[in-house]
Design a protein around this ligand. Sequence first.
Ligand code: PMP
Length: 404
Amino acid sequence: MFDVNKIRKDFPILSRQVNGKPLVYFDNAATSQTPQQVIDVIVDYYSNYNANIHRGVHTLSQEATDKYEAARLTIQQHFNAKHAYEIILTSGTTHSINLVANGFATLLQKGDELIVSALEHHSNIVPWQMLCEKTGAILKVIPMTLEGELDMNVYTKLLSEKTKLVFVNHISNALGTINPIATIIKQAHQVGAAVLIDGAQACPHIKPDIQALDVDFYVTSAHKICGPTGVGMLYGKEEWLNKMQPYQGGGEMIDQVSFEKTTYAGLPHKFEAGTPNICGGIAFGAAIDYMNAIGFDQIATYEHELLEYGTKKLLEIEGLKIYGTSKNKTSVISFNVDGIHPYDVGTLLDKMGIAVRTGHHCAQPIMDFYNIPGTIRASFAFYNTKAEIDALVEGVKKAKMMLS
Ligand code: PMP
């Protein structure tokens, strides 16, 4: 059974104090906290088998290689990818998107069209703008509605035989909206376009099924799902990964090197130049095991309860407005208090031990759409509690009193 008090004991950081108050950590959409089970894996790596992988004959290197490749299998199984070699380990979502954007440079022609959505994080906008500058491809935007949903009627109209790639996040980091990615993928495939889904915000809440979605690329970061920073994944369909040129050259990614000609290694190594984040990759696997042991159905049910409770309680505060009111959303509440700058509220909340994010959340187009400088974002994880939400509500009331 889901027992939040027992789960909280797994996270040492949750028992610390901040500014003399018990920490209330509501910045989970920026990065999640790390359970002892994952910390132990990191300590074990550096204590017992720290070595470079794929090249040593010695025992430590073999142990590290086995654990790293076992993590790749864990990731493959978790996401239900067809082959382990379709999982490229990267430094995170941003790296994965840049890898695909660079890989497409030789596959596009002037006048080809790419489709992005109005709900994206900057890391799913800027690499594509750079690609458009390089290739002469044109970027089209699926607009958003006031509720913070994608306007799917416009999406259908934007698609044509000129469309080569569509890239949309599974869940918006700024608003929490869950996008209809199955429909987006199906419709893109009908015109022959490939689809990249940015799963950075989805993976803490949902277990995506890559084969059922029939998605071409799916990317995420380990640090959003109780793993360490600096590691993540790119799932790519074998046929696409084979068509794409590698983005970085170096050791590990080659077959044969001479000054006349270099040939590349097969998948996944072709896209994994240099010494990877070995410990991070192993800990990524451990984080997935940890989350699965709790269970994504249990996590979703509990977080939905937190979302409903938090939404109701916060809306009782006069002058508080929530941005992103879709019925399909995860446990993210982005809000402002009338006449008060979000940064000031965030600063006062920190004095009370409450960690929220304030600002544009790397999604400036969304803030421009609402004509606001930013929001206060409280994002809940499965280890948060209703009592912590009560502390947030009291904190916002206090901040409002002090700042009005
Ligand atoms: N996309 C989304 C939707 C995100 O929330 C984030 C992280 N805030 C990123 C991309 C970038 O992830 P990373 O910084 O781990 O590369």
